[in-house]
Design a protein around this ligand. Structure first.
Ligand code: IMP
Length: 178
C-alpha cells in the first residue's frame, strides 16, 4: 500500500519497515556500548512509542527494567505546546539512569517536560532514544542522544505514530501530502 487516507488527510509511503529495522539496530548497538556497565530503567512513552520500544528492547543486552508514562501534547497534526500527564511516574528513580524511549521528538516540549519530571524524581542521568527526530522543528537545548531516523519537519504516521489515533499499526512510516 503506497497511499492511505485517514479522516481529512492522505499519506504516502515514506520509510520502509526494513529501513526502520536497520536504523533501530544501529541505535541499539550504540546503547549497548554506552550502557554496558549499567542497569538503566527504560521509560516508554505511551501510546506512540510502544512499537519502537518493543523492537529496540529486544536488541538491548544489558540488564534493564521497563516502566511506562503516558503524556499528550499533540492535537491533530500540531503541537499544543502544553504537556498533559495522563499516566505519571510510579517508580522510585532516585539514583537511576533513565533512558526515555520515544516515537518522535518534534518541538521537544514533551522531552523537556519529561526531563524535568525525571530530574525532580532524582534520576542520576536521563537520556533520550527516539525512533524519529525532526531537527528543524526542535526548539530545545537538551541533547537528543539516540536517533534512529532524522526526518524533515512534516507530519508522519505509522510504526506507532498516529493521526488522531489512526495509523499506529502501519508497519512502514507514511508522510502527509499537502
Ligand atoms: P513534541 O513535544 O513537540 O516534541 O512532540 C512530541 C509528541 O508529539 C510525540 O510523542 C508525538 O506523540 C507527537 N508528534 C510529533 N510529531 C508527530 C508526527 O509527525 N506524527 C505523529 N505524532 C507526532
Amino acid at each position: 500500500m503506497d497511499k492511505i487516507t485517514f479522516l481529512d488527510k492522505t499519506f504516502v509511503k515514506y520509510i520502509s519497515e526494513k529501513e526502520i529495522e536497520e536504523a533501530t539496530e544501529r541505535v541499539a548497538k550504540q546503547i549497548n556500548e554506552d550502557y554496558k556497565n549499567d542497569q538503566p530503567i527504560l521509560l516508554v512513552t505511551l501510546n506512540g512509542a510502544i512499537v519502537f520500544a518493543v523492537e529496540l528492547m529486544k536488541k538491548l543486552t544489558m540488564p534493564c527494567r521497563i516502566s511506562c508514562v503516558k503524556l499528550s501534547s499533540y492535537s491533530g497534526t500540531s503541537s499544543t505546546n502544553q504537556v498533559k500527564e495522563l499516566v505519571g511516574l510510579n517508580e522510585d528513580l532516585t539514583g537511576q539512569r533513565v533512558l526515555i524511549i520515544e516515537d518522535i521528538v518534534d518541538t521537544g516540549v514533551t522531552y523537556e517536560h519529561m526531563h524535568k519530571m525525571l530530574m525532580d524524581a532524582h534520576a542520576k542521568d536521563v537520556r533520550m532514544a527516539t525512533m524519529a527526530f525532526k531537527p528543524d522543528a526542535y526548539k530545545k537545548d537538551l541533547p537528543v542522544h539516540y536517533v534512529a531516523l532524522p526526518i524533515p519537519n512534516k507530519f508522519v504516521i505509522g510504526h506507532g505514530l498516529d493521526y488522531d489515533g489512526w495509523g499506529r499499526n502501519l508497519t512502514d512510516i507514511y508522510q502527509v501530502t499537502e
